[in-house]
Design a protein around this ligand. Structure first.
Ligand code: ASP
Length: 356
């Protein structure tokens, strides 16, 4: 269990006095811990339980940490039932699935990314090839697809029938100012914008997975279909080095899921990493970055009446010394972790108690 440090407690108390409802309800609570480094540690978003297991088993076989986390997230990318990642992910507003991913390899300081990639089930593998087989860090859109083709990747229609039906329902019901007509039992809302609701009506979901090997090497990957019904070409935090993922083989690895626009604006994963570099535990570093998101979100359309965000973000982190943790803006979230030989879900720390 990570303890609240005296300095963080004082910071938290000072914040309560200064900004009232923006002050965290709970600060620094987590089940996360520190494991001795006899085995691998792999941390991931809640949907990453099969990924942490797979990555850990490969690291135990002596495989490279980046190959291991990519093989782990490939399971989720190829799973049509996860509608937030890869094949079967929810599409953009035109009904086209566009995928984002990036990877970082600690030992070689390597990085690669793809964004708005269509027709390829495993964007994380293309991101790894950008890192290994080009002099670039990021390739997007049509160029990324052509690069994947050059490497012999099979093209598939990523829009499953299930995702198409969900998208069609959104298309027919989200606005009363267009020509799409909803089925009679599903009337259109009065509101014309998703931003009119108390909690933003976005469908988020992504997998981030980071690993530490027993010999102290670190790698990470983040992969997603991004925000559902996004404007075509929109790129979130997931493929951006320093936003959705950051790895420093001397310090640790961190990644994010949730509202990408908020994460990009504070260079999220890099902010977590720098906080760890300056001595914060993974959980405190994640909370520190979330607090910065809260402090820098000023748009009223993104805020509840009490000034708290109408969206969520989660950060996940593992440090070189074997400690790990995750935190979210709102309570109730979990993350996946393989540590001490056990693969399981643990609770995220959080800033604010989610209203019942
Ligand atoms: N961070 C992703 C994005 O903004 C979505 C998510 O994690 O849910 O594209």
């Amino acid at each position: 269990m990570t303890q609240l440090s005296r300095r963080d407690f004082l910071q938290s108390a000072a914040t309560v006095a200064a900004v009232g409802s923006l002050a965290p309800d709970l600060y620094g609570q987590s089940d996360a811990g520190r494991e001795n480094l006899s085995g691998p540690i792999v941390i991931s978003s809640a949907n990453g339980l099969p990924a942490t297991e797979k990555a850990a088993s490969m690291i135990l076989e002596g495989k490279d940490t980046l190959d291991a986390v990519i093989a782990g997230v490939n399971i989720v990318e190829e799973d049509p039932n996860d509608m937030s990642v890869g094949y079967g992910g929810l599409p953009n507003e035109d009904g086209v699935v566009e995928l984002d991913s990036c990877v970082m390899h600690g030992p070689s300081c390597g990085a690669g990314a793809v964004a708005a990639l269509q027709n390829i089930k495993t964007p994380s593998r293309i991101a790894q090839l950008v890192m290994q087989r080009t002099d670039h860090v990021m390739i997007v859109g049509e160029g990324a697809l052509r690069f994947a083709r050059a490497h012999g990747f099979e093209e598939v229609n990523l829009l499953t029938d299930k995702a198409r039906r969900v998208w069609l329902k959104w298309k027919e019901t989200h606005s009363n100012r267009d020509d799409w007509i909803a089925p009679p039992d599903k009337p259109k809302p009065n509101a014309h914008s998703r931003a009119d609701k108390e909690t933003l009506d976005f469908t988020y979901g992504t997998i981030n997975c980071c690993a530490l090997s027993p010999n102290g090497d670190l790698s990470g990957v983040t992969t997603t279909s991004g925000l559902s019904y996004k404007i075509p070409g929109r790129v979130g935090d997931s493929p951006i080095i320093g936003a959705g993922l950051y790895v420093d083989n001397t310090v640790g690895a961190a990644g994010s899921t949730g509202r990408g626009e908020a994460v990009i604006k504070i260079c999220g994963a890099h902010t977590v990493m720098e906080a760890m570099r300056h001595g914060k535990s993974p959980v405190d570093a994640c909370l520190h970055a979330l607090k910065r998101i809260v402090d820098t979100t000023t748009e009223t359309r993104l805020l509840k009446e009490n000034g708290r965000p109408r969206f969520d973000v989660k950060f996940y982190a593992v440090s070189k010394d074997g400690s790990f943790g995750a935190a979210s803006i709102w309570s109730g979230a979990k993350f996946s972790v393989y540590a001490g030989g056990k693969n399981r879900h643990e609770k995220c720390a959080y800033l604010f108690e989610r209203p019942s």
